[in-house]
Design a protein around this ligand. Structure first.
Ligand SMILES: NC(=O)c1ccc[n+]([C@@H]2O[C@H](COP(=O)([O-])OP(=O)(O)OC[C@H]3O[C@@H](n4cnc5c(N)ncnc54)[C@H](O)[C@@H]3O)[C@@H](O)[C@H]2O)c1
Length: 350
């Protein structure tokens, strides 16, 4: 490998431009040498951002063939996570891919297999794990301060927050609606904090009560109701092999008081919330509520990219592995399949 990790981009849209590009400007270990996007204008603008040092391509396969890359950062819509990931891994490159890892479990399995076969890193950009509150809570849990975590309540709820841009309302390009798009953020966080218990059975229900309707108030603009093929609310219950359970709710639209992105944990020695960050315990026969203060400010996107490069340089697993993301995807698929079938599904069915 050269002095610096030679990085290429596949997909230079919203999240690449809005978060990854600027984070990379602060990172010494890597250099963006190529960018690709099916939209030529977007690829050219990305090249300009990197002051012309990154060659622009409209077909990522040309980029993989012509550039001597070490790794790629994949920021395409969910439908285009699998193939570029597998192609890059087969070309001997390490991959960081945006969340969710894929459209479904079958794709995620193929991606993990390609990483294994080629002995390359596959990291999923689960940015929430790098939050200072999540990192502190993880340390407390690992030190046993919350005891045995037996239940987690996961919320990714928007009262009115339908993305009116991109392909977020199209099931064939996204794999699903709020459950797969924003539920995955908090679900991954909960699983990380719980120590990645293995899911055993999943029950869920999805609803589309607003997406197909005209004129629903949405601060992010009017979407096309005819294109709306995903759920606008989903709920699920997960049973884990170790006896723990997790409930999850996710919405783009719901008649609730306010938005909530939270993970509540119940442990035998303590409980916690992330929003607001609190620890609940009992000491000296009194109930205690602790609020950590003075947490450092962290750019999660920079932290996740630094972790990806460190994993490559130190030849170790990254903090978020493809295998962990596969387990998360099993739960997402389980919620959708259970809703379709009208019954609980076993993980062995997925
Ligand atoms: N971590 C986060 O907080 C966060 C936030 C937003 C989006 N995301 C994820 O990032 C991904 C992209 O979302 P976005 O909001 O940037 O979408 P976007 O639509 O703004 O950008 C996607 C880009 O990919 C390009 N593209 C599509 N197909 C391609 C292909 N085959 N090859 C190369 N380029 C292709 C499009 O032209 C577009 O420029 C999604 O998986 C989404 O879930 C993550």
């Amino acid at each position: 490998m050269a002095d610096k990790i030679r990085l290429g981009f596949i997909g230079t849209g919203g999240i690449a431009r809005g978060a990854h590009f600027s984070a990379l400007k602060n990172i010494e270990e890597a250099e963006v040498v190529a960018v690709s996007d099916i939209n030529e204008d977007s690829a050219n603008k990305a090249s300009e951002f990197f002051e012309g040092k990154a060659t622009a391509y409209t077909d990522y396969r040309d980029m993989l063939a012509k550039e001597k890359l070490d790794a790629v950062d994949i920021c395409t819509p969910n439908l285009y996570h699998k193939q570029p990931t597998i192609d890059a891994l087969n070309a001997g490159l390490h991959v960081i891919v945006e969340k969710p890892v894929a459209m479904n479990v079958g794709e995620a399995r193929q991606m993990c297999e390609a990483a294994r076969k080629n002995s390359r890193k596959l990291m999923v950009a689960q940015v929430q794990r790098f939050r200072p509150d999540v990192q502190l809570l993880k340390k407390m849990i690992d030190a046993g301060e919350l005891g045995e975590i037996y239940y987690s309540r996961v919320w990714a709820l928007r009262r009115r927050g339908v993305p009116a841009w991109g392909v977020f309302i199209e099931k064939d390009k996204q794999g699903g609606g709020p459950m797969i798009d924003i539920g995955v953020h908090m679900l991954d966080t909960a699983l990380y904090l719980m120590g990645h218990p293995k899911p055993k059975a999943i029950s869920g229900q999805t609803y589309t009560k607003f997406g197909n309707r005209e004129g629903v108030f949405n601060p992010w603009g009017q979407w096309d109701p005819k294109k709306y093929t995903v759920e606008d609310y989903a709920t699920g219950l997960v049973r884990f092999e170790d006896g723990a359970t997790l409930s999850i709710e996710a919405s783009f639209v719901a008649n609730i008081q306010k938005d909530a992105m939270n993970v509540t944990l119940l442990g035998t020695e303590g409980g916690s919330d992330l929003e607001p960050f609190k620890i609940y315990t009992e000491r000296h026969n009194r109930l205690i509520e602790e609020t950590p203060v003075n947490l450092p400010g962290v750019n999660g996107y920079e932290a996740e990219l630094r972790e990806f490069f460190a994993a490559i340089l130190e030849d170790r697993d990254p903090l978020v592995t493809g295998e962990q993301a596969l387990q998360t995807q099993i739960i997402l698929d389980g919620v959708y399949k259970s809703s379709d079938l009208g019954r609980e599904v076993q993980v062995s069915e997925l």
